[in-house]
Structures are given as C-alpha cells and as structure tokens.
Design a protein around this ligand. Structure first.
Ligand SMILES: [Zn+2]
Length: 200
C-alpha cells in the first residue's frame, strides 16, 4: 500500500466489487439462501449496505442488484430501472430498496424475455452473458423499507416484475442461468454481449 508524505498509510476506500460466478467467494454467497434482516445489528448495517449496492449498481449500469452480489448474506435488493423519456433521454426511476422481500402472489401467465446479470460476466469484464428466461407477467411482493421499517405490499408488472424476480432469486441462491430452458438449443438461449465502454 502506498504511503503518504507524512509516512502514514494513505486511507483509501476499497471500491465495492461485484461477486462474480467463478470467484473463490462465489459459492459462499451467490449459491446460498440469504438471511432475513432481523436483529438490531443487521438493521444498523443497512444504510451502508444500501449505499454500496446503489453505488455498484449505477457504476455497472444495471437495473437491479442483490446484497449477496456484494458479499453480504442479508436479504436486501435494490431496483433502479430506467425508462425512455425521449429518444435521447433515459431517466432512472426512483430506487426501490426492499428488505426481506417475499413474492406473495404471481400471474399464471408467463412471459419470455432476455436477461443478463452483473455477476455473470467474462473474466476480462468485457462481455456479459445474456439468456432467455420465462418469468411471471406480474407479481405481488411484500417487503420492509429501509427507513420506516414498514411492510409494503406492491404489485410489479412487465419489465420491473422481471427485474424484481431476478433479484429475489439471488436471495434464494439462484441465478437466471438456473432458469434458462436447456431443452432448447442453448446457443439460441444464450449470447455474449459486449459491454459498452464506461466513461468515468
Ligand atoms: Zn443477477
């Protein structure tokens, strides 16, 4: 670690990192059931955890992220989808923080759509694996919020419902790859997509 002029160690915040499939730490968080936020000490960790999740999500240009993807075992997801306002303007929606989310009802109708995951990326960090997955068209979710610790019951439809299902899957140790229909031609179900170069 570099030292500053005074001879002391320079304090530098370690940038948050996404746990990737294939990492040594992957099995200890990504494949495990998350723990519900219950104890006072769990709640005390949330402001920092949510800040980290939002920071990582925005840096990666994703639409949703779960706590296990940053190495935490707590049952927390953050959703921040974007909608097209005009041809050149894409606005983010207000972030939704869900603590201990549970899907309580779901549509019978399933819809097929393509998904990617911030944890399923090639080692060079240049390509993301995307695949077609069937999801419920709408879902009802109950969760606690960060500040008021109140129960919310909310219905999500369409793309947002897809993102929420994807993130809640992470809390059960599941990846979208577990839901890809392998009975069909895998090559048609999955594709590698080059990531856009990020501007800092
Ligand atoms: Zn994911």
């Amino acid at each position: 670690m570099p030292k500053n002029k005074a001879g002391g160690r320079r304090r530098k915040e370690t940038p948050p990192r996404i746990v990737l499939v294939g990492d040594d730490s992957c099995g200890s968080v990504l494949g495990k059931q998350a723990k519900p936020v219950q104890r006072k000490s769990d709640w005390a960790k949330l402001p920092k955890l949510v800040k980290t999740l939002l920071c990582v999500l925005r840096k990666a240009g994703g639409q949703g992220i779960s706590a296990p993807q940053t190495g935490s075992r707590l049952s927390v997801v953050v959703i921040e989808t974007r909608k097209t306002v005009s041809r050149r303007n894409v606005a983010p929606s207000r972030p939704i923080v869900m603590v201990n989310p549970v899907i309580t009802d779901r549509s019978g109708k399933m819809v097929m759509g393509e998904e990617g995951c911030l944890s399923v990326i090639d080692p060079d960090g240049t390509h993301v694996l995307r695949g077609k997955v069937e999801r419920h068209q709408w879902i009802k979710v109950t969760y606690l919020d960060l500040k008021r610790r109140q129960h919310h019951n909310r219905t999500f439809r369409g793309f947002k419902a897809r993102v929420v299902q994807h993130e809640i899957d992470h809390l059960a140790g599941k990846l979208f790859l577990d839901r890809v229909d392998w009975r069909h031609n895998a090559a048609k179900q999955l594709r590698m997509v080059k990531l856009k170069k990020k501007t800092k």
